[in-house]
Design a binder for this molecule. Structure first.
Ligand code: NAP
Length: 298
């Protein structure tokens, strides 16, 4: 049976570490602050936003949610973001995605000052992550997977990593982190148009699945002894729970008989995503001690 890589446990350890560092920073008069902008009333977004602000409070940061109706205008939203960019008590800003289609998510994300863009979605931070510039912020989900790899001592050097999915928030940044000098992995990215997906997944020493399709990865698609990270979050109603339960993209019961280690859903990558958002917010607050907001300004 595969060893369980618990994001919940690692997060607990890390959040205790973060809380100590937040307290030390507070002694210098800086309380890290994260402002979350929530547009509309998407129930899943409500849950994510609540988890993020609660996590902030647990470690002694200021977590604040600014709510707007779905029909808010882009100019009004820009005004709010400009205000947060200028507020010295706000170190991190994130706009919870998805946002309504009448708003340009690209323009909204670019409005956030790169030095407060703790989600790492501003093109400048995307580029910094790609070139390995530590001045940027790496998106929380790939950063969380890297942290699990480090803390669980999972070898990456010379290993083959197959990532299923090619999104900008998970897969592409993770690929660039893993192929960089240091981790030195060989990385294959796959997507909806990949021919014969299992011929790729079966060669993976480390398999990362970030798609959003329950049961996509079955035991026969996994190399014996592989390490599997399941990023997917899917709500399903089945015989186990007719009221709905959360599962990943990987058939946990089957794959746990083949893999050497794997993350569960829930309790794997999800908690690490929130923890790495806290890490980024703490880092943004630390950097605010010597502000250089001219660097990388729009
Ligand atoms: P996304 O932007 O929708 O990307 C999904 C990717 O999967 C796309 O690149 C798509 O390919 C690919 N894909 C779709 N069907 C496929 C198939 N049959 N075979 C291979 N690839 C396929 O999604 P995302 O934002 O990366 O999120 C993916 C999942 O992770 C979702 O369930 C999301 O809820 C979850 N998630 C979890 C966390 C967390 O913290 N746990 C964080 C972020 C996301 P194309 O590009 O060709 O369409």
């Amino acid at each position: 049976m595969a060893r369980i890589i618990s994001g919940t446990e690692t997060s607990r350890t890390m959040r205790a570490e973060i809380a100590r560092e937040v307290a030390a920073l507070a002694d210098e008069g800086i309380v890290p602050g994260l402002s979350v902008v929530l547009v509309g009333e998407d129930p899943a977004s409500e849950v994510y936003v609540r988890s993020k602000t609660q996590a902030c409070e647990e470690v002694g940061m200021r977590g604040r949610t600014l709510r707007f109706p779905a029909e808010v205008g882009q100019d009004e939203l820009f005004g709010v973001i400009d205000g947060l960019n200028a507020d010295p008590d706000v170190h991190g800003i994130l706009v919870q995605l998805p946002i309504p289609v009448h708003l340009s998510y690209k323009d909204v994300l670019e409005r956030i000052h790169p030095d407060k863009d703790v989600d790492g979605f501003h093109p400048l931070n995307v580029g910094r992550a790609f070139v390995g510039d530590p001045a940027g912020f790496v998106p929380a989900t790939p950063a969380g997977i890297m942290e699990l790899i480090r803390r669980e001592n999972i070898p990456t050097h010379g290993k083959h990593v197959v990532i299923v999915g090619r999104s900008l928030i998970v897969s592409k940044p993770l690929a660039s982190l893993l192929m960089a000098p240091g981790p030195n992995a060989t990385v294959t990215l796959t997507h909806k148009y990949t021919t014969d997906l299992s011929s790729h997944t079966r060669t993976a020493d480390i398999l990362v699945v970030a798609v959003g399709k329950p049961g996509l990865i079955t035991a026969d698609m996994v190399k014996p002894g592989a390490v599997v990270f399941d990023v997917g979050v899917n709500r399903v109603e089945d015989a186990i729970s007719t009221r709905g339960r959360i599962v990943g993209d990987v058939d946990f019961a089957g794959v746990s008989g083949v893999a050497s280690a794997m993350t569960p859903v829930p309790g794997g990558v999800g908690p690490m995503t929130i923890t790495m958002l806290l890490v980024n917010t703490l880092e943004a607050a630390r950097r605010s001690r010597a502000p250089d907001l001219s660097r990388g300004a729009r």
